[in-house]
Design a protein around this ligand. Structure first.
Ligand SMILES: Cc1cc2nc3c(=O)[nH]c(=O)nc-3n(C[C@H](O)[C@H](O)[C@H](O)COP(=O)(O)OP(=O)(O)OC[C@H]3O[C@@H](n4cnc5c(N)ncnc54)[C@H](O)[C@@H]3O)c2cc1C
Length: 309
């Protein structure tokens, strides 16, 4: 590993980080990508992706391998470690990994993504990607006229319900509280809709299936503790995402939920540190939008480096 000061270190190897690497490598910035715990990012945990331009249908892991090979072929270096601490108060910046590797860099792109929250219930791991997903926009089209369940009562759950109605009229929302927590406007979209049934005061306790796919979920009424099994072919978990911004706390401005704030396009509160993808963007949360942001961050980093040299 090169111990001299890097021009650009990209933290994260999902669509945002790898696209940033492609652009940075083509600008001769010799980027170093820090892989993190999930090389390839969130798409490694899904099956088919059918909204990546130019690929009618491709497995998520295959898509990410292709993008990684593209970045590698252009000279991107990779380090299979995790950033645990940074010091952005002095230039060049210092990054520390979980294996005590200390790195110095003139600029950085944070592309650490977000982690969808899971339910932590029996059957969830077994059927992840086999009927269980956290992305309705990505996977809704795989459930035409199917019986689907959405877990959650916030804006995301309401958006998911509205979106899934394009494909099926058999939607059940399971909400832990006795009311929805989504904004009034979002609630109005689903309440009284005959295609959408809402079960309050309830949680999903387990998922059952036939080895290939889910077939039902067990719900528990939180007031009576009564359990009930309901048939389901799709389970959409909409209880939020956790932005992976922990190592940067105190060094960079984040919002109340931990998403990194931008000041102008991809620039952050620290000149020379840029951000791209789901760690910043809680609105669109797509592979292609993250990749687009990665491109923007690399172009901004290139401009920044040319101004300090
Ligand atoms: C089940 C599922 C299905 C999906 N399907 C689709 C789809 O069909 N189409 C679509 O467009 N989008 C889909 N998405 C959304 C899409 O995956 C995300 O929007 C996209 O991956 C975000 O890209 P990203 O690069 O910002 O972050 P991520 O993909 O989250 O990647 C983050 C990267 O940062 C690394 N990292 C994290 N912390 C650290 C650290 N401390 N140090 C170093 N590295 C770190 C991780 O290892 C990872 O490599 C899906 C998401 C899920 C969960």
């Amino acid at each position: 590993m090169n111990t001299s000061t890097h021009q650009l270190i990209i933290i994260g190897s999902g669509p945002a980080g790898l696209t940033a690497a492609i652009y940075a490598a083509r600008s001769n910035l010799h980027p170093l990508v820090i892989d993190g715990n999930t090389p390839g990012g969130q798409l490694m945990s899904t099956t088919l992706v059918e909204n990546w331009p130019g690929e009618k249908s491709i497995l998520g892991p295959k898509l990410m391998t292709n993008i990684r090979e593209h970045a590698q072929a252009l000279g991107t270096q990779f380090l299979s470690e995790v950033i645990v601490k940074v010091d952005f108060s002095q230039h060049p910046f210092t990054l520390l990994t979980n294996r005590d590797t200390q790195l110095k860099t003139k600029s950085a792109i944070i592309a650490t993504g977000a982690t969808p929250k899971r339910l932590g219930i029996p059957g969830e791991d077994d059927y992840w990607g086999k009927g269980i997903t956290t992305c309705a926009i990505c996977d809704g089209a795989f459930y035409p006229n199917k019986k689907v369940i959405i877990v959650g009562g916030g804006d995301t759950a309401m958006e998911d319900a509205s979106f899934l109605k394009k494909f099926t009229k058999d939607i059940t929302i399971i909400q832990i509280l006795d009311k929805l927590t989504a904004s009034h406007a979002m609630q109005q979209r689903v309440i009284n809709d005959p295609a959408i049934n809402i079960i309050y005061n309830s949680t999903v306790a387990a998922v059952q299936g036939n080895d290939k796919h889910i077939t039902s979920v067990t719900i528990t009424n939180q007031k009576t503790k009564e359990k009930k099994e309901i048939p389901a072919e799709g389970l959409f978990i909409a209880i939020g995402l956790q932005p992976n911004s922990e190592p940067f706390k105190g060094q960079i401005t984040t919002d109340d939920w931990g998403y990194i704030k931008t000041t102008n396009h991809t620039t952050t509160s620290v000149p020379g540190v840029f951000v791209a993808g789901d760690v910043q963007d809680y609105r669109y949360r797509q592979a292609v939008t993250s990749a687009g942001a990665g491109c923007m961050a690399a172009l901004d980093a290139e401009r920044y480096l040319s101004t300090i040299e």
